[in-house]
Design a binder for this molecule. Sequence first.
Ligand SMILES: Cc1ncc(COP(=O)(O)O)c(C=O)c1O
Length: 426
Amino acid sequence: MDRAEIVRLDKRRVWHPYTAMDAWASVDPIVVARAEGPFLWDENGARFIDGNSSWWTSALGHRHPRVVAAINRQLETLDHCALGGIAHEQSARLAEELIAVAPAGMSRVFYTDNGSTAIEAAVKMSIQLFAQNGKPRKSRFVALDGAFHGDSIGAASLGGVEIFRRPFASVLFECVHAPFPDDYQAAFDAMKELITRKHDTIAAVVVEPIVQGAAGMRIYDARYLTELVAVARAHDVLVIFDEVFAGYGRTGPMWACDHAGVSPDLMCIGKVFAGGALPMAAVLATERVFDAFRGDASRAFYYGHTFCGHPLGAAIAREVLAIFKDEQILSQVARKERLIKQAFERIAQIPGVARVRSIGMIGAADLGSAGYEGGLGWRVYEEAKKRGAYLRPLGDTVYVCPPLVTEDSVLIELLQILEDSIRAVT
Ligand SMILES: Cc1ncc(COP(=O)(O)O)c(C=O)c1O
């Protein structure tokens, strides 16, 4: 099918996520035909560097040969089967291998099928844990201003980005949003006060450790996490770390919470988990959480998803962990982090750039103050597209978040395209 025909069919039938569809009608989109490593190729042969790892998933690049081989191998024997009342090798071995690299104290794996459902599961586990263990009033949640934890109703209730909440405000459950730790001490003091005063009604605190992704790549001090965990534990408030975006080396270490050397009670992972090739996610839990569901059937966690723990995804997820180890992916990040940092220090000098920041394989710059609804980032997106990079912005925030395996020369090219595109716009 030729490019024009694909676009015609798309515009006739496809309802795109996060998209004003009237405006989409006049967009000439990138029509991706093929992807490999850090590159996307358009139907007309144009090459684009995948500047955001396809929504933060393809940390190992697209179609990593070992991931492709793992899918093919698994397809030879078992494509999918339910996890209800059935065990299978891939999900069993994956759980064991995952716990081996998880933060200290994690001991159980509950599979779901995307980041939002991992968050839903963690929320429901927290509520049920207290409900059936003598503290039914502990059913409220605390999250951070600007948080993004997904789009299902539960996950959106925790979210703090106004545009994602607005239409659903009437049905979202109550969640207290604590100040984002721009100033870590002041924010922690506010959080401490909140937990101390309301702990008898709070089930859990949910945070994206170290960096809030969708809020605009906002980075905060690891000390906030250390102190948060201590005060939550002291008041029997569960800590849920959402590592859906920041996990798997994106910020440097395997898990963003490793910056602080702390572990949560529940940890949600997704995106890179199944190599960016299939939707797959999980909640990791401590033994204490798991124990709270022991007993007769009325105490079980009645929750699940059709594709949870599916063998194809699990086979890929195991291969991803093996590749991280064999190819020493995390040590590659440490080296490339410097290139990103230096580029953003240069970008900070461009008139019109308000603020820059970087950590691990993330670099971001604010071009205006309109936040997620700003249009400047989209102008940079268009400029970058002309120059061969896919750089979807977060409103007025432009950022890079490329595959961790991006070669230095390609990374330098990507950073140069971003810099040139910003200059063209500002
Ligand atoms: C931190 C975080 N949590 C949860 C989610 C939701 O994941 P999914 O889109 O797979 O439902 C996202 C998605 O971007 C995310 O960034």
